[in-house]
Design a protein around this ligand. Structure first.
Ligand SMILES: *[C@@H]1O[C@H](CO)[C@@H](O)[C@H](O)[C@H]1NC(C)=O
Ligand SMILES: *[C@@H]1O[C@H](CO)[C@@H](O)[C@H](O)[C@H]1NC(C)=O
Ligand SMILES: *[C@@H]1O[C@H](CO)[C@@H](O)[C@H](O)[C@H]1NC(C)=O
Length: 418
């Protein structure tokens, strides 16, 4: 078996993203970055309509678990998608604001990794959270903590958390070698934890299953190093097949809408599109450098085809689509104005309005017809249906919901195309 080239290794990393994607049957409301920040906000917080929230997190376990991100427009901190989001941001090589966003995530991941074999994987409870429509600042639902440890393992969650630790340790080398070394230590510890204590995390944290279940953990850990290259070759093959299917040159081509959007499912489809396009854009550079090609059935895919695909998907998301609508909020002349996000829909907290009680938010704010009061600049929503149709309604959670996991890949995609 030939030794995998640089390209192959990148494909392997890419594939691990894709595997993550298949795990996201998201069933909660969405949002990203500044809008989704939990804990104490820094003075340079760019979104002025958000305030501090979740300041007691970790209190039930006697530790400080404040900070990090909510997954979406709701008020639960799920560790699994948060780790994915921070990995993607670390790969995107963006500028200072992205570093700040990454560090907010990695600082939080350091907090939840309280001991080598203990990792807190959720703060808050999805079911009680989904019974309320409240700003995070007004949260009245319990911020209960849930963890994995040696007796209650979760190799998938620990492995997923290793990825942002490892990727960010590289990102921070030039700026802060001390922090970089600290992240690397955590990466090694969670890797060992994952290797030695197998099991799926949703069996240890059952409450996460309905929202972010995982499909398991990867083959690589099963093998000793001697078999690494054989396993890597398998990953490469799968990654190539995935790209071929995106380019409509594979054995199981993915559906594209009449307007040309990669479309996999009605619920939050743009998470797949933005990540597939990001993977294609990143791989283009490695393929060009190594002068290799992606072997699709019967034909090869040229680097120019990968980059054209990435550009077409970015273009569609930004406005080049049959509706002439940008699925990136506040970008372009037309964009979604009724997103499924609590903080965006409810009157500005700093306007001195009273706290919104748990269930009053539905009638007062969710079902209100008017456009969002607070604008989610730069986030992408779930996106159109398989025929390019889009309904801009706050209750349309399948299409109008923004999440951290569909916006983070877009950051990387635009950075690699820039
Ligand atoms: C590196 O980080 C550790 C832990 O935060 C700290 O105790 C130490 O003083 C730092 N060293 C330098 C050189 O910044
Ligand atoms: C979108 O823009 C194109 C080109 O300007 C125009 O022909 C088309 O009618 C527009 N479609 C919609 C739905 O507005
Ligand atoms: C804040 O209050 C001002 C003055 O009452 C009002 O004009 C504005 O629409 C409010 N903004 C938001 C986002 O609630």
């Amino acid at each position: 078996m030939a030794r995998p080239s640089t390209m192959n290794v990148v494909l392997i990393f890419s594939l691990s993203f894709m595997i993550m994607l298949s795990e996201f049957a998201i069933q909660s409301e969405g949002m990203s970055d500044y809008r989704s920040r939990s804990g104490k906000l820094s003075p340079n917080q760019r979104v002025q309509w958000r305030g501090d929230s979740g300041l007691q997190d970790g209190g039930d376990a006697g530790i400080d678990l404040t900070g990090g991100y909510y997954d979406a427009g709701d008020n639960v901190k799920f560790g699994f998608p948060m780790a994915f989001t921070i990995s993607l941001l670390s790969w995107s090589n963006e500028l200072l604001n992205a570093l700040d966003a990454i560090q907010r995530g990695t600082d939080y991941l350091i907090k939840v990794h309280t001991q080598p074999n203990v990792l807190y994987g959720e703060v808050g409870d999805g079911n009680s959270d989904h019974a309320c429509w409240q700003r995070p600042e007004d949260m009245t639902t319990p911020g209960t903590t849930y963890k994995i440890d040696e007796q209650h393992p979760g190799a998938d969650l620990a492995g997923e958390t290793m990825a942002p630790f490892a990727a960010a340790s590289i990102t921070f080398v030039p700026m802060d070698s001390n922090y970089s070394a600290q992240l690397l230590t955590h990466a090694r510890q969670v890797y060992d934890f994952a290797s030695l204590h197998r099991g799926q995390y949703q069996n240890s944290i059952p409450g996460a299953q309905k929202f972010y279940s995982s499909s398991g953990y990867e083959l690589l850990m099963e093998d000793k190093f001697g078999d690494f290259y054989a396993t890597a070759a398998q990953y490469q093959k799968q990654a190539e097949q995935f790209i071929c299917n995106c380019l409509q040159k594979g054995d199981g081509n993915f559906h594209k809408t009449p307007g040309g959007l990669l479309w996999l499912q009605p619920w939050n489809n743009l998470q797949y599109t933005s990540t597939a396009a990001f993977v294609s854009a990143v791989n283009t550079k490695y393929i060009e450098k190594s002068q290799e090609k992606v072997g699709c059935p019967g034909d090869q895919a040229e680097p120019s085809e990968l980059i054209a695909f990435a550009q077409s998907q970015a273009g569609y998301i930004l406005e080049a689509n049959p509706n002439n609508i940008s699925y990136t909020v506040a970008y372009g002349s037309r964009y979604p104005t009724h997103v499924h996000h609590r903080g965006a829909s409810i009157v500005l907290i700093k306007n001195g309005s009273a706290p919104v009680p748990c269930n009053q938010g539905y009638g007062l704010w969710l079902n209100r017809d008017a456009p969002d009061l607070n604008v989610l600049h730069g986030t992408i929503v779930g996106g159109p249906d398989r025929q390019d149709g889009y309904v801009d309604a706050r209750m349309n959670y399948q299409q109008a919901k923004p999440t951290t996991i569909n916006t983070a890949p877009l950051v990387g995609l635009l950075a690699s195309l820039a």
